[in-house]
Design a binder for this molecule. Structure first.
Ligand code: SAH
Length: 239
């Protein structure tokens, strides 16, 4: 594994594996990338310039393998900010899906356990955990509707079709005062989840809308395309 990536002037990022880097702007020789000083420039065979830098976590995270749809960064940010998780926290999420949320949280907390019922998705999630070299994530091939074996958890995040089926198990697994967060794309799911809460207080349900803007010269305005729907976040605390 080569610990370097290529950055273009307009912010595109290209990963470097153990071979020449093939980009839409031509080929950059691996030998050139390896001998370049960090921050210096290399050229492809077509003359395009790339800056050689060290990848940060996000560069690698953005290239993870996708199975099911992953949770967007705006929603990950809210989960972190609204629950106060930190390097002492023990977290569980379900379903693992591509493992995106599990991997992101693992960088910040003590440990993450992630349940997934589908073997093919569990394989993808495990592959991503390995690629990101995270040692504190455990992917378990388990149905969360059947129960949670972990105890004394600080946070559980649900991202699955029938989150209300996990409420009772989450209650048994969380510390008093700990957070349960549900992420659902549709309003009937949100209603059914909140209406079936027992032993939790419903703090709030939010939808985060991120609107990206063009900033080019004096053309400073919202982009004409964008804003798709992702999901509703419901924050609850165990009583
Ligand atoms: N948050 C994930 C995406 C989750 S997609 C990410 O950021 O990558 C939802 C996943 O839940 C799917 O992979 C699905 O197989 C899984 N799932 C559905 N029901 C489940 C259950 N009862 N227990 C565990 N996983 C479940």
């Amino acid at each position: 594994m080569v610990d370097r990536i290529l950055l273009t002037e307009d912010g595109r990022v290209f990963q470097v594996k153990d071979q020449d880097a093939h980009t839409q702007f031509g080929v950059v020789k691996l030998a050139d990338i390896k001998k370049a000083k960090l921050g210096s420039t290399v050229k492809s065979n077509t003359g395009k310039e790339f800056i050689v830098i060290e990848p940060n976590f996000l560069d690698l995270f953005k290239k993870i393998k996708r199975g099911p749809q992953i949770i967007p960064l705006k929603d990950v940010g809210a989960i972190i900010a609204e629950t106060g998780i930190n390097k002492e926290s023990k977290v569980l999420d379900a379903g693992a899906g591509s493992g995106a949320l599990a991997c992101f949280l693992a960088r910040l907390v003590k440990s993450v356990t992630s349940y997934e019922i589908r073997d093919d998705f569990a394989d993808i999630a495990e592959g991503n955990v390995k690629k990101l070299q995270l040692r504190n994530v455990t992917i378990k091939r388990k149905d969360i509707y059947q129960g949670i074996t972990e105890k004394n958890l600080d946070l559980i995040v649900l991202d699955l079709p029938e989150p209300w089926q996990a409420i009772k198990h989450a209650h048994a697994a969380l510390k008093p005062g700990a957070f349960l967060v549900n992420y659902s794309p549709t309003t009937p799911q949100v209603g059914d989840f909140v209406n079936q809460l027992e032993g939790f207080t419903h703090i709030k349900t939010i939808e985060l809308i991120e609107r990206e803007w063009d900033v080019k010269g004096r053309k400073v305005r919202p982009k004409s395309q964008g804003i798709g729907h992702s999901g509703f976040l419901t924050f609850c605390r165990r009583l």
